[in-house]
Design a binder for this molecule. Structure first.
Ligand code: NAG
Length: 131
């Protein structure tokens, strides 16, 4: 019993040392055909090798196309967040485009200001979903 308890305490201590609470703030303005795009769905996700990808935060762009998200997660090693934007910029009727943008590692713990996110340009990671 005592041995089990010691193991338990040791494993808690290991978690304490290994996992680190990390955060990032991502903000920007969604633009489509030179106009600000309202109501695009912006999701901040942590790319995880073991778990399925974790959603950290999500928001819709406002009337000015602006968005700002804060996410934090406890993780061993560095978090690898990326932004996934669901939008209809230049999409066929009934379809949505899903564009993904990585967050640079040096922005972890700070603010990643993407300024204008030009959604007409096809992102390096991009999908189209139709109903
Ligand atoms: C985000 O992480 C940085 C670096 O670890 C830390 O200094 C800061 O206080 C954190 N911000 C919040 C709001 O937790």
């Amino acid at each position: 019993m005592r041995f089990v308890f010691t193991l338990f305490v040791l494993s808690l201590a290991a978690l304490e040392v290994g996992a680190k609470l990390q955060n990032v703030t991502v903000k920007g303005i969604a633009v489509c055909n030179k106009r600000r795009l309202a109501n695009a769905h912006v999701v901040l996700i942590d790319k995880d090798t073991l778990d399925p990808n974790d959603e950290l935060a999500n928001i819709h762009t406002n009337k000015e196309g602006e968005f700002e998200l804060f996410g934090e997660e406890d993780e061993i090693g560095k978090i690898e967040p990326f932004l996934r934007i669901h939008h209809n910029c230049n999409a066929k009727p009934g379809c949505e485009r899903i564009s993904e943008y990585p967050v640079p590692q040096e922005k972890i713990g700070g603010i990643y200001d993407m300024t204008y996110v030009t959604l007409d340009i096809i992102a390096s990671s991009e999908k189209t979903k139709c109903q």
